[in-house]
Ligand binder design. Structure first.
Ligand code: UD1
Length: 428
């Protein structure tokens, strides 16, 4: 096991290249099940969530060829099972996309309930209701979702709540259903559009992705294609906040600035200087920040997956900021770690009141989940002294080569092996 050690206080300077989007990749890889042909995927991020999803497909019988670090070819023709057991799904939240993809391919799916980041109850009722409206019988039994249909039929589906996962799962199941599916109140995240583009490149007929209403005309079959995944909005946002919190000057490259608008707007409100280019943003800061209020919402609102990182910036801003978490019920657990570093925070349900302090101080902390871990890194970079972060396995799930990327920007950060007999502060 490893931990991260950060000697804080270095300003970040230079350029950083953003990888392909995790949340697009983990939806597009299972979508290859629908084609039974060779799909060549480019700009795939080299992170453990992706290798986990690829491994699941190859364990199911798919032929997977790594062309290089960021390009894979997947042929799912020889997959011959619609069952995915717990051993395969437990590490990965996005394994639930296998339900929609297998249902679309076989009219059957039996997939163990997923693992992944834990920030409160993560229900799947909207996914199940969507499958049922398409004509499947879907039940949870023995911690598995078992969905079966004679055939799937397109249907109007109104989503009571905006859900990224349910929108994607319904899209996967509906592309080969008979007739027209209309998803209303659909999620609009950039990776929903990316998945729709990928499905269309395979011969699907999906329109309206990126708006509230997605229309899917079912097609009989899909074919292989070559597709390049969009840059990761959240990885980009994380480096933007890291650059700012360190008082640095960084060009974040290979991004789609439009996807970053809600993040950019908030950072500008905090006094950070941001310049947009065609496929890059420059972030410049003198290390002094103004307070602001923040509410996370589905896209195009401020992303919940950037809430912990932004909270770190607000913890060293002048004045009091109010952060409202509008997507998840329980996403402030990591603030206990930030408090260990000197932050002044009060939490009441889904609201955190952050009274800015002049500086954070290094401490031993842990990564409670992927984005919480990213926030701890940012805090460690901005803090004085040494920060040690445990449970970094969560961070490895979603950020490619982050230690190298940060070191290239001038950060003093490295991995250190935790010795077996070295009992961590959070053991037991
Ligand atoms: C995805 C992202 C996650 C991000 C989240 C919101 C992936 C792999 N994960 O998660 O990083 O934080 O979007 O942007 O892409 N809900 C229900 N019933 C359901 C499904 C969801 O009530 O059937 C609720 C959830 O409890 C939550 C809200 O809807 O309060 C949004 O969840 P959802 O958009 O589905 O998140 P995920 O797709 O799981």
């Amino acid at each position: 096991m490893e931990k991260l050690v950060i000697h804080g206080g270095n300003r970040l300077f230079g350029e950083v290249e953003i990888s392909g989007a995790k949340n697009a990749a983990v939806a597009i890889i299972p979508a290859t099940l629908l084609a039974q042909d060779v799909c060549r995927l480019e700009n795939i991020p080299n992170i453990s969530d992706v290798s986990c999803m690829v491994k699941i497909l190859s364990q199911m019988g798919a032929e997977v060829k790594y062309i290089n670090k960021h390009t894979i070819e997947i042929n799912t023709k020889s997959v011959n099972s619609y069952i995915v057991p717990h051993e395969m799904t437990r590490q990965l939240r996005a394994s639930y996309y296998l339900i929609g993809a297998l249902l679309g391919r076989y009219n059957r799916a039996k997939v163990a309930l997923p693992g992944g980041c834990n920030f409160g109850v993560r229900p799947m009722d909207l996914h199940i209701r969507g499958f049922e409206l398409l004509g499947a019988n879907a039940v949870v039994e023995n911690a598995m979702i078992n969905a079966t249909a004679d055939h799937l039929t397109g249907s109007p589906i109104y989503m009571d709540k905006v859900s990224v996962g349910a929108t994607i799962n319904i899209m996967l199941a509906a592309v080969k259903a008979r007739g027209l599916t209309i998803i209303e109140n659909a999620a609009k995240e950039p990776h929903i559009v990316d998945l729709a583009n990928f499905l269309n490149a395979m011969g699907a007929d999906v329109r309206g992705a990126g708006t509230d209403v997605i229309k899917i005309h079912g097609v009989q079959s899909l074919h292989g294609c070559t597709y390049s995944i969009i840059p990761d909005q959240i990885e980009a946002g994380t480096y933007m906040v890291a650059a700012a919190a360190s008082g640095g000057d960084v060009i974040v490259k290979n991004v789609i600035p439009k996807h970053l608008e809600s993040i950019t707007a908030k950072m500008i409100e905090c006094g950070v200087e941001i310049t947009e280019y065609d496929d890059a943003v420059r972030v410049k800061s003198n290390g002094e920040f103004k307070r602001c209020n923040l509410k996370t919402m589905p896209h195009p609102g401020f992303p919940t997956d950037m809430q912990p990182q932004m909270a770190v910036l607000l913890s060293i801003a002048k004045g009091t900021s109010v952060v409202s978490e509008g997507v998840w019920d329980n996403r402030f657990k990591y603030l206990d770690q930030l408090i260990r570093m000197g932050a002044n925070v009060q939490v009441d349900g889904t609201i955190a009141v952050i009274q800015g302090v002049p500086e954070l101080t290094g401490a031993p902390v842990r990564a409670d989940d992927l984005r919480a871990g990213a926030a701890m890194i940012i805090a460690g970079l901005a803090a004085s002294g040494i920060t040690e972060i445990e449970d970094i396995i969560y961070i490895d799930r979603g950020y490619e080569d982050y230690v190298e990327k940060l070191r290239n920007l001038g950060a003093d950060i490295y991995r250190k092996e935790i010795k077996e007999n070295n009992v961590g502060f959070n053991a037991g």
